[in-house]
Design a protein around this ligand. Structure first.
Ligand SMILES: Cc1ncc(COP(=O)(O)O)c(C=O)c1O
Length: 340
């Protein structure tokens, strides 16, 4: 994988709206100030009928480009990259990865270079087949190295990482999805924010890809009896994530939590008519856009459990919007719904 050529991309200086580069080094090391996002009440006769109160925590609004959970996962990693005097963020992802888009934007904002090791060698020679995500990341200055699927599967083996680090000594290497211990720790302020905005919540739903976001929320949610955090796995066979989630849980006393593995709707990036319909209905009712890969499945899981009477009357339920809306720009449905 290390012989694959690097595709350098010019970045669009016009699009670089933040004045981050003009900041001194010290303030760059603490670039990401956290601002509270709204906790929007979702009012519907269905929720009233079941006697539950429902809110959406609007983390899709936390940053225009490094949106949702990405903002929290990248923040402390960027600080560490600066502390280690690294000049480049290097990470891995598929052609539609929210993490690739967010890393490119975050690196640019922090005055760092970025390299994306991308699954799909064929894309090296077919720029016309690049996804919206890749085009966007390229605009944000990310250079790509395209590798085969077989090479991609081996990307995290220690000898591969060592070789990459030798090839790019000034790179801070982030795992796929940006999921590491610092990413998990990055959720502490968000969880405090939620606990302050709604101290008596009983259920919190979030989407799960690698499980780092879920583990971060579990770690930092205030411990209160009868609280449950529910993680909705977007991938098939989500139970494989349990060991990593358990590893990332570092706090001794945590609330009850459960990984729901039955709401993958066919697997990552797959969807059914039912999911599509539910997503459109939700968006029309509440005027909040979702993404089909993560947040729509999380919302679907919530509705299913509600209708199965698994969420008792009196529950105060928070649905965490983890962002991912950049992925929708590829799709035509966006044109037909909220972004007209
Ligand atoms: C929008 C969105 N929500 C949720 C997740 C899941 O995050 P995690 O990998 O930390 O489980 C992702 C993953 O990248 C994502 O892009």
């Amino acid at each position: 994988m290390n012989n694959a050529p690097l595709t350098k991309n010019r970045y669009n200086k016009e699009a670089f709206t933040h004045s981050f580069r003009t900041m001194n080094k010290k303030s760059r090391a603490r670039p990401f100030i956290i601002q509270a996002t709204p906790l929007t009440p979702l009012v519907s006769p269905l929720f009233q009928a079941f006697g539950v109160t429902v809110y959406m925590k609007r983390e899709e609004l936390n940053h225009p480009e490094i949106q949702g959970n990405k903002w929290h996962k990248l923040r402390l990693n960027l600080q560490m990259a600066h502390k280690q005097n690294k000049k480049t963020l290097l990470t891995f992802g598929g052609a539609y990865s929210n993490h690739i888009a967010a890393t490119a934007a975050a690196a640019q904002e922090a005055g760092l270079n970025s390299i994306g090791i991308i699954r799909g060698q064929e894309l090296a020679h077919h720029r016309n087949r690049w996804s919206h995500t890749l085009k966007y990341a390229a605009q944000r200055g990310m250079a790509f190295q395209f590798i085969t699927r077989a090479q991609y599967r081996e990307k995290s083996l220690p000898h591969q990482l060592n070789t990459l680090q030798k090839k790019y000594p000034d790179a801070y290497i982030l795992p796929e999805g940006g999921s590491n211990a610092l990413a998990v720790k990055g959720f502490e302020p968000l969880m405090h924010q939620i606990d302050t905005q709604c101290p008596d919540w009983t259920h919190l739903f979030t989407s799960v890809g690698t499980g780092a976001t879920f583990a971060g929320l579990i770690n930092y949610a205030q411990h209160i009896p009868n609280r449950t955090l529910l993680g909705v796995a977007s991938l098939k066979q989500g139970e494989h994530l349990l060991p990593s989630i358990q590893n990332w849980i570092t706090q001794k006393k945590v609330n009850q939590w459960q990984l729901l593995t039955q709401y993958h709707y066919g697997g990552y990036a797959k969807r059914t008519k039912l999911l599509q319909t539910l997503m459109q209905q939700f968006e029309r009712t509440f005027q909040i856009p979702l993404d089909p890969i993560y947040t729509a499945k999380m919302v679907a899981a919530f509705y299913d459990l509600l209708q199965k009477n698994a969420l008792p009357s009196g529950s105060k339920i928070i649905l965490l919007h983890t962002g991912g809306l950049q992925g929708r720009l590829q799709q035509t449905c966006i044109k037909s719904s909220l972004y007209k």
